[in-house]
Design a binder for this molecule. Structure first.
Ligand code: NIG
Ligand code: FE
Length: 423
């Protein structure tokens, strides 16, 4: 096959060793680290990856573009499995309240939290939500993210939730990134509303309308429904009902599980066939065993436990030791984690979740892609996968988390095209 693009002089190319499937438990450590490597691309896809000495003579031709990586590190484009990046307003005041010792729950009970962002987002327009989303996506791209999931959940009434969904579908249409939308009116019960009534309205009216919006937009990907199943938000019974209805309309499932208390949502995720259960700070040992046997990916969000100033973090080591497929996400949102940088999340995963640098790479690429139903397309530097590539201004994998807080990303390739280069 003729090459359109060759990336040569890669100091270290790091990618998950297996060439297909989600990666569970100990296998997360199995990362190929090839020195003096080269990637051969045709159109939007990778043709071959390997030692430069073998591949350059085979593919180099006069009509092929060559990018010189100048001895730097290259990985698959990073995948953010969990974001709430469409919202208006900000909650800097809440950050300062937490610095003074207030908890997330205390702040939410005092009128802050999701409801504060709901007010600002309800007052926004479709155009402005799209514009804010575009600006944030650009910053994420410059930090190495090439695929991301984006949730609604700051509208919490039918018109505002559908407007958020339209904004996400609009971003999907025009962004260079692959965007996977999630409809999440079950993010909080809006103030003054009765929970049971809200859940009924969500099932009877919001889901069918959302399904029509998705069909009318000809979404490029499947769409998820997510539920915040936790104390003060939605019960396990609510989550079960919402899941059953969502499936009927063809939505795929994910759940915010066990963030503050354990209501049984991670077990439900495995029996309902959810692609992911996210947060999991309070998951039980039995549920870890169930996750390991299931197709459900555990999405851990170390940025959130850090940003909320919690002393406890998710038990990633126990999950990996028991054979769970662990992924990472930013949880980028206006309140509990205003962090979008996956290189920073990488550092926090090593520091607080005790992941090795290789496990964190697996969690930020292949497993994050499977958590959002994109694992067959992105997440690996292997033949046949989309040519989504992040290049760093450092020489080895260890230096990415080590440079905590400095964005080492130098260049980003999406579908075989250079879409960002730091000047
Ligand atoms: O994932 N946990 C629920 N939802 C978000 C918080 C969103 C917010 O505070 O605005 C989260 O942490
Ligand atoms: Fe979240």
């Amino acid at each position: 096959m003729a090459a359109d693009l060759i990336i040569k002089s890669i100091g270290e190319l790091a990618t998950v060793a297996s060439t297909s499937g989600v990666v569970k438990g100990d296998a997360m450590q199995n990362v190929l680290r090839i020195k003096d490597a080269c990637i051969v691309i045709s159109g939007e896809k990778i043709v071959e990856v390997g030692a430069e000495a073998d591949l350059l003579p085979k593919y180099a031709s006069s009509n092929c573009t060559v990018i010189d990586a100048q001895g730097k590190l290259v990985t698959a484009g990073l995948v953010d499995a969990h974001t709430h990046l469409v919202f208006d307003g900000n909650r800097a005041n809440e950050f300062l309240m937490r610095c003074q010792g207030k908890t997330y729950t205390e702040i939410a009970e005092a009128g802050g939290g999701i409801v504060a962002s709901m007010r600002a987002t309800r007052g926004s327009t479709l155009e402005r939500l799209v514009q804010l989303g575009q600006m944030r996506l650009q910053r994420m791209l410059e930090a190495g993210t090439t695929t991301c999931e984006v949730k609604t959940g700051y509208g919490l009434d039918i018109d505002s939730e559908l407007r958020m969904l339209e904004a996400i579908l609009e971003l999907q249409k025009h962004s260079v990134m692959d965007i996977v939308p999630t409809f999440m009116p079950a993010h909080a019960v809006p103030p003054g509303e009765n929970r049971e009534r809200y859940v009924k309205h969500l099932i009877d009216d919001m889901l069918p309308q959302a399904s029509r919006v998705v069909t009318a937009s000809s979404s490029k990907t499947h769409v998820y429904v997510d539920v915040f199943c936790d104390r003060g938000y939605f019960t396990l019974a609510d989550t079960e009902q919402i899941f059953a209805a969502a499936k009927k309309y063809g939505f795929r499932l994910k759940v915010h599980a066990d963030e503050f208390v354990n209501l049984g949502a991670s077990k439900l995720a495995t029996t309902a066939g959810a692609d992911s259960a996210d947060h999991l700070l309070n998951i039980s040992d039995d549920e870890i065993a169930l996750m390991a046997k299931s197709e459900t990916v555990a999405v851990l969000l170390p940025g959130t436990s850090f940003y909320l100033n919690l002393h406890e973090h998710a038990r990633a080591r126990t999950m990996i030791a028991n054979g769970v497929a662990v992924a990472l996400g930013s949880d980028f949102n206006p309140g509990s984690c205003h962090i979008f940088s996956l290189p920073l999340i990488w550092g926090l995963a090593c520091l607080h979740l005790k992941l090795s640098v290789e496990e964190a790479l697996t969690a930020l690429t292949v497993n994050a892609a499977y958590a959002i139903g994109m694992g067959e397309k992105v997440g690996r530097l292997s033949a046949g996968y989309q040519a989504d590539i992040t290049m760093y201004d450092v020489g080895t994998l260890e230096e990415v988390p080590y440079n905590l807080g400095w964005n080492s990303v130098a260049q980003v390739i999406k579908k075989g095209r250079s879409v960002f280069k730091r000047s």
